[in-house]
Design a protein around this ligand. Sequence first.
Ligand code: ZN
Length: 90
Amino acid sequence: MTAGRESFGKGGGGHRIDGAGEEISFGESLEQSAERVQRALHKLDAGTYGYCDMCNTVIDPARMEALPQAILCLSCRQKVKNAKTQSSTG
Ligand SMILES: [Zn+2]
């Protein structure tokens, strides 16, 4: 009888890919982002630029700076995002 050493077969190394952009996803079509820019321009025209499209709250200036075409505040954006992921995975 041989007392072999047990090798742990568990724990295969997995690699995960991190590095997803926060707002700009490459899965988004050019058409979609163009549409959003258009919308932001309309808001600029209407004088509601910088205000959330959903709750009319002032969007964080830092956010506007980072994402000039933003039409939703962070919390509304998050809501939409959540709703989208839920429906797409469901
Ligand atoms: Zn909002």
